[in-house]
Design a protein around this ligand. Structure first.
Ligand code: GLP
Length: 248
C-alpha cells in the first residue's frame, strides 16, 4: 500500500487529480471507477478545472460508478446519478453513453446487478477505481460482514450508514434502506485503486484500513491485499496511524 499524506483536503484532492491525469495521458480511453460522497468532490472540481484549462479530455473515457440507492430515480436530488451529473459529468466532455451507474428504479434489481457486472467485464474492467470510506469501513456500499467474494449485489444499508448519509436528506426516514453496489470482488479486480479520506472523523476508519486485521467486519481492510493501492490522506485522517506516511 502506498500512502500520501497531504496537508489538507485541497492538497489531497490535487494529488488524486494528478494521479488520474497521469493515467489519462497514458491511456485516453481509461475506464474510471467513480465514487460519491463529500470526499471526492474536491477531486472532481480539480478534474473539471483541468478540462476547462484544456489540460485534459474525457472524450474517450468510460466511467462506472460504485453504487446507487434503490428506489431513487435519476431526477431525485439524492440519487447518485444526479450527484455525478451535477458535480462532474455535466461540466466535462464525456459521452453520456460512456457513463454507467446502476439503475435505482429497476423493476428487477437482481437482473440489474448481473447486467452491471457483465457491462464492467465487457468494457474490459476498471483501470482506476476511486474510493472513499464509510465510518464503519464500508467501501461502495459493502457493509461490515460483506463477503470478499461478491460481485455487484443488493445490500441492506446499515443503520449507521443511513445515519451518516441522512445529512443529505430531509429526514433519516427518507434515506433508502437498500442499494445496489459493486461487490468487493468487483472493486478488487480494478487494476489500480486510490482511496481518499479527510478529517478527524475518518481517522479511526483509516487506522483500521491500514493497520487493522484484514476481516469482513471491516470491508476496507481488504485493500491491504490489493497490489496497486494508493491511500491519500489529509493530516487529520492520518492522525491515528502508527507509521508516518510519505509526505507530499
Ligand atoms: C457513501 C458512499 C461511499 C462513500 C461513503 C463516504 O456511503 N456509498 O462510496 O465512500 O458514503 O462518504 P463521505 O465521503 O461523504 O464521507
Amino acid at each position: 500500500m502506498k500512502t500520501y499524506l497531504a496537508e489538507d483536503y485541497e492538497q489531497m484532492s490535487a494529488k488524486a487529480a494528478e494521479i488520474i491525469k497521469e493515467q489519462l495521458v497514458n491511456k485516453p480511453s481509461l475506464t474510471l471507477g467513480l465514487a460519491t460522497g463529500a470526499t471526492p468532490l474536491g477531486l472532481y472540481k480539480k478534474l473539471i478545472s483541468e478540462y476547462q484549462k484544456e489540460q485534459l479530455s474525457f472524450h474517450d473515457v468510460k466511467t462506472v460508478n460504485l453504487d446507487e440507492y434503490l428506489g431513487l430515480s435519476k431526477n431525485d436530488v439524492n440519487s447518485y446519478y444526479h450527484f455525478m451529473y451535477e458535480n462532474f459529468f455535466r461540466h466535462i466532455n464525456i459521452n453520456p453513453n460512456h457513463t454507467h451507474i446502476p439503475n435505482g428504479m429497476t423493476e428487477d434489481p437482481q437482473q440489474e446487478c448481473k447486467q452491471y457486472e457483465q457491462m464492467i467485464q465487457s468494457i474490459g474492467g476498471i483501470d482506476l477505481q476511486v474510493l472513499g470510506i464509510g465510518l464503519n469501513g464500508h467501501i461502495g456500499f459493502n457493509e461490515p460482514g460483506s463477503s470478499f467474494d461478491c460481485s455487484t449485489h443488493i445490500v441492506q444499508l446499515d443503520k449507521s450508514t443511513r445515519q451518516a448519509n441522512a445529512r443529505f436528506f430531509p429526514a433519516i426516514e427518507d434515506v433508502p434502506t437498500e442499494a445496489i453496489t459493486m461487490g468487493i470482488k468487483t472493486i478488487m479486480n480494478a487494476r489500480q485503486i486510490i482511496l481518499l479520506a479527510s478529517g478527524a472523523k475518518k481517522a479511526e476508519a483509516v487506522r483500521r484500513l491500514m493497520e487493522g486485521k484484514v476481516e469482513a467486519q471491516f470491508p476496507a481492510s481488504v485493500l491491504q491485499l490489493h497490489p496497486n493501492v494508493c491511500i491519500i490522506l489529509d493530516k487529520d485522517a492520518a492522525s491515528l496511524l502508527r507509521e508516518r506516511s510519505t509526505s507530499l
